[in-house]
Design a protein around this ligand. Structure first.
Ligand SMILES: [Fe+2]
Ligand SMILES: [Fe+2]
Length: 169
C-alpha cells in the first residue's frame, strides 16, 4: 500500500470508505430492525443514518475532485473490517430478532470497527492525503472530514455505552 502513488491511494481510499460507510449503514439499519429495546433501536438508527450521510459526503468529495476509482480491491484497506461486517450481516439476515447476548458479541466487534474507521482510515490515512493532494479549499474539506471523525467517536462511545448497559442487566 505504501508504494502506491498518493493520487491512487486517495482515489482507492475514498472509494473503499464510501463502500464501507454504506455497508456499516446497512448493518446498523439491520440492528435497528432486529433489536427490541426502543432506546437502543433509536441509537442504532442514528448511527445508521449518520453512516449513510458519511457515504454521501465522501461521494460528493470524490465527485468534486474527480477521485472515483473503478475496480478497487478494498481488502487491502479494510480487509478485517469487511470480514466483520459480512459475518455480522449474515448473522442478522438469518434471524428475526437479536437477543441481548448476541447483541453483546456483535457490539464488541463493532467497537473495534468504529475505532478503526476513525483512527486508521480517516485520521491517519485520509486526512494527511487530503492535506497533501487537494489544493483548493483544503481547510474546508479537512473541516468536513473532521466532522465525520467526531461522528465516528460518537459511534464508538455510543456502542460502548450500550454494551455497558447490556452487561449491567
Ligand atoms: Fe462513518
Ligand atoms: Fe461510524
Amino acid at each position: 500500500m505504501t508504494t502506491k502513488k498518493p493520487e491512487l491511494l486517495i482515489r482507492e481510499l475514498l472509494t473503499c470508505s464510501i463502500i464501507m460507510e454504506k455497508n456499516v449503514a446497512e448493518l446498523f439499519f439491520e440492528l435497528h430492525r432486529k433489536t427490541r429495546d426502543p432506546v437502543i433501536k433509536l441509537l442504532f438508527k442514528t448511527i445508521a443514518l449518520e453512516s449513510s450521510n458519511h457515504a454521501s459526503i465522501l461521494e460528493d468529495i470524490a465527485d468534486t475532485y474527480g477521485l472515483k476509482q473503478e475496480g478497487v480491491d478494498c481488502r487491502e484497506y479494510h480487509g478485517e473490517q469487511c470480514i466483520i461486517i459480512e459475518s455480522v450481516l449474515n448473522q442478522l439476515k438469518n434471524t428475526s430478532e437479536v437477543s441481548l447476548e448476541e447483541l453483546k458479541i456483535i457490539l464488541e466487534k463493532l467497537v473495534i470497527l468504529e475505532n478503526f474507521i476513525a483512527e486508521e482510515t480517516y485520521h491517519k490515512l485520509l486526512l494527511p492525503l487530503v492535506i497533501d493532494l487537494l489544493p483548493n479549499n483544503t481547510d474546508l474539506i479537512v473541516q468536513l472530514i473532521n466532522k465525520i471523525v467526531v461522528d465516528e467517536e460518537f459511534h464508538e462511545k455510543t456502542i460502548k455505552s450500550i454494551l455497558g448497559r447490556i452487561k449491567s442487566q
